[in-house]
Design a protein around this ligand. Structure first.
Ligand code: UDP
Length: 331
């Protein structure tokens, strides 16, 4: 009999999900990787197929989830996560953040498993408090274009706390700030793959608005360390994980121009509706409770990420956004 701990990872074929699969396979857990491949890519974890402690389950988590035998942990990471994704598939975004989390929490309760859910800095909306601490309640437009994602994630936190309080389910909530690294989709619309993709294709870099809005970018390996520590801590309140090094989007474009050596220029386009003006995590709680802080600075992280994007084929470079609904039946 194997004494391996068993972990279910939803959204396993996505950017973050697939890095979690790598981490937990390496740490000798038995990993059940669940995804319906709407926005995730099998290529992100196919290198794990030969591992005996890895299995892929092609399933939509908004439908009843069956796992046989025992289950120790659940990481709920299924969700479209980039603005163009959740604008194009808003109903699926709302369903995975509501029906999907309900199924995951029910499973956690039935199996007596600990569950960690992926929340987001988007729960703070366009924040009026800066940097964002966990006790800030946020500034979200529920009926704006981002509402489908932001409110689904806020609901996720609420139902997770309710299962914790009323059913005693062992829960953890991580609020993830902008994260980057290998396996982001070049066409997912987010600023880093957008700029690097444009540089690689010889296109001008598109700055939305005047570029004065800020973000704070965390390298994916640092996020993985933070999630691992949180899962194994006793902390059940939400916790920010992100890199507090803040930069304006205009300065970020300059960094990408330096990194890639592109001779293209920047062009300015309309700022999307409700685009947050500033974002930076206050990570005091993560430092105090998890003894965690990011280690990879932006220049090192960008070098590693650029090396990944450069290794992609021309087909991948020119692919436009697609959504695979082959496995998705809307009832
Ligand atoms: N952005 C940009 N050009 C692009 C893509 C994004 O200027 O080609 C901006 C976007 O308006 C936002 C910031 O970059 O202010 C970060 O956007 P992203 O989609 O990466 O994530 P967000 O933090 O807004 O969810």
């Amino acid at each position: 009999m194997s004494k391996r701990k068993k972990i279910l990872i939803t959204g396993a074929a996505g950017f973050l999900g697939s890095h979690l699969c790598d981490l937990f396979v390496k740490k000798n857990y038995h990993v059940i990787a669940m995804d319906n491949l709407i926005t995730g890519r099998i290529e992100n974890f196919e290198h794990l197929f030969p591992e005996e402690n890895f299995e892929f389950c092609n399933h939509d988590v908004t439908k009843y989830i069956h796992v046989s035998g025992t289950l120790d942990y659940i990481l709920h990471f299924a969700s479209p996560a980039s603005p163009i994704d959740y604008l194009k598939i808003p109903i699926q975004t709302l369903k995975v953040g509501s029906l999907g989390i309900h199924n995951c929490l029910g499973l956690a309760k039935a199996k007596n498993a600990r569950i960690l859910i992926a929340s987001t800095s988007e729960v703070y909306g366009d924040p009026e408090v800066h940097p964002q601490t966990e006790d800030y309640w946020g500034h979200v437009n529920p009926v704006g274009p981002r509402g489908v994602y932001d409110e689904a994630k806020r609901f996720q936190e609420a139902i997770t706390m309710a299962y914790h309080t009323f059913h005693g389910v062992d829960t953890r909530i991580v609020r993830i700030f902008n994260t980057y690294g290998p396996r982001m989709r070049l066409n997912d619309g987010r600023v880093l793959p957008a700029f690097i993709g444009q540089a690689l294709r010889g296109q001008d870099l598109t700055i939305f608005g005047d570029g004065s809005q800020t973000r704070s970018f965390c390298y994916v390996d640092d996020l993985m360390d933070g999630i691992y520590s949180l899962l194994h801590s006793n902390h059940t309140d939400p916790i920010n994980i992100g890199n507090p090094s803040e930069i304006s989007i205009a300065d970020f474009a300059d960094e990408i121009i330096q990194l890639t050596g592109t001779t293209q220029k920047v062009i300015y386009q309309d700022l999307p509706v409700n685009d947050p003006k500033q974002r930076r995590p206050d990570i005091s709680r993560a430092k105090a409770i998890l003894n965690w802080e990011p280690k990879v600075n932006r220049s090192e992280g960008l070098k590693r990420t650029y090396a990944y994007f450069k290794s992609l084929s021309d087909d991948e470079l020119n692919e436009t956004a697609h959504y695979n609904f082959d496995n998705y039946i809307i009832r």
